[in-house]
Ligand binder design. Structure first.
Ligand code: AMP
Length: 402
């Protein structure tokens, strides 16, 4: 029997999963899949690393597909397509670990109740993450269930880094800057530690630029500041989220426009950012291909905010040794990368336009005081690594902590 780890990323209308084999101290990805359309007519797609694909409609003629049905479909698929495997651990992406959790957590009935108390902090994600955990506990009762939090990497911040300028009681109640994308930052920093150990010990900014986007300042391996705040709305503009916003705008929308909390939530989470500004798309590729001025403005605003935040995080770090770009935009959008990093010599970034255009790993000039790197993030592998570590297995593929 092969021991495998399953990773689950359960959202409101989809469940993403990956299967990793643990062998000889390494994690090897065997498959990844998606159940889309939860709550309605769902489709199941899975692809093995051999390239073999499975696709079908999850037909529940009389019931909408829920997380439980989705996880049962994953179990059936693994039993059929990956026979001879034994799911020893299920690692879950959980967006919010509240003020408490700075490490992954082995789930039991007691602490799942604690996680439920964080639902108001991330109402669009946390309830579905927890529904995924409960469904996986039923489908894989013998496997260890591990919650891996997007907030955990930032939990060692001092009070001043996490508070807002509100009366202290709000901080004590949990109204504070949590920061997100922690699994991505942790993965990138482990890779950096492995590939560039000297840089990893220094002052680093990681720019996670994808459909969700944020920046994190890391000093000697520890997160010291992030652009995301109480929710995943703050900081950079994103595919559909607004990024930094004067709270007075929300008051205006409520008082003058009579918008409800639900309408404002919809505006700020789903109809702002690149999509809202351009009126065209949340997808950077489509905006780059468009000749519309609104598309150009949306990209220019994204670049402008990223540059502004890099400056701010440099000040928090007191200097900079390395900047890493990652996420779908950071890894691929050569022109956006160039626009963000150019004319930054004043903080030591000398971008090499040709290396960037050639999509090299290091995109700063030789001798640049700050090394600029492009690294591919892999949050699923980070979750699988955390889960295997929780099981006491030797830490695989994500390089061992030096
Ligand atoms: P992620 O959420 O990390 O998957 O990133 C999604 C974002 O990356 C979307 O805005 C995509 O348009 C963008 N992206 C992916 N590939 C490219 C590319 N080749 N050029 C520009 N943007 C890209």
């Amino acid at each position: 029997m092969k021991d495998v780890i399953l990773t689950i990323n359960a959202g409101s209308s989809s469940v993403k999963f990956s299967v990793f084999e643990i062998a000889e101290g390494q994690l090897t990805q065997l498959a990844l899949g998606l159940i889309d359309g939860i709550g309605a007519k769902a489709t199941f797609t899975a692809k093995k690393s051999s390239g073999e694909k499975t696709e079908f409609v999850l037909d529940q003629s009389h019931h909408a597909v829920d997380h439980k049905i989705a996880l049962t479909a994953v179990l059936d698929w693994i039993e059929k397509e990956e026979s001879g495997t034994n799911v020893v651990g299920v690692g879950h992406r959980v967006v919010h670990g509240g003020p408490v959790y700075s490490e992954p957590l082995l789930i039991d009935a007691e602490n799942i109740r604690i996680l439920q108390t964080f639902e108001p902090l991330a109402p669009l994600h946390e309830p579905y993450n927890l529904a995924g955990i409960e469904a996986a506990m039923e489908a894989f009762p013998k496997a260890a269930q591990v919650a891996c939090f997007d907030t955990a990497f930032h939990r060692q911040h001092p009070y001043l880094a996490d508070t807002f300028a509100l009366p202290r009681k709000y901080y004590d109640e949990g109204v504070r800057r949590y920061g997100f994308h922690g699994l991505s930052y942790e993965y990138i920093h482990r890779i950096l530690r492995h590939e560039e150990p000297v840089l990893a010990r220094g002052k680093v900014i990681v720019a996670h630029l994808g459909n969700g986007a944020s920046l994190c300042a890391i000093n000697a391996g520890k997160s010291v500041a992030s652009t995301m705040g109480f929710t995943a709305l703050d900081g950079l503009p994103m595919g559909t989220r607004c990024g930094q916003l004067d709270p007075g705008v929300v008051l205006y929308l409520m008082a003058e426009k009579k918008m409800s909390a639900a309408e404002i939530t919809d505006l700020l989470y789903k109809n702002s950012g690149l999509k809202g500004m351009s009126g065209i798309s949340n997808d950077m590729r489509e905006l780059e291909a468009s000749s519309e001025q609104s598309a150009k403005d949306a990209i220019a605003y994204f670049v402008r905010r990223a540059r502004r935040e890099i400056g701010g995080l440099c000040a928090m770090l007191g200097g900079l040794d390395c900047i890493v770009l990652t996420g779908g935009i950071g890894e691929n959008a050569v022109n956006v990368r160039q626009a963000i990093l150019q004319d930054m010599e004043w903080i030591g970034i000398h971008v090499d336009a040709e290396a960037n255009a050639r999509r090299e790993r290091i995109i700063s000039e030789k001798g640049s005081p700050v090394v600029a790197l492009v690294l591919k993030t892999d949050e699923e592998r980070m979750i699988a690594a955390h889960t295997s570590e929780m099981l006491g297995l030797k830490e695989p593929l994500v390089p061992a902590v030096s």
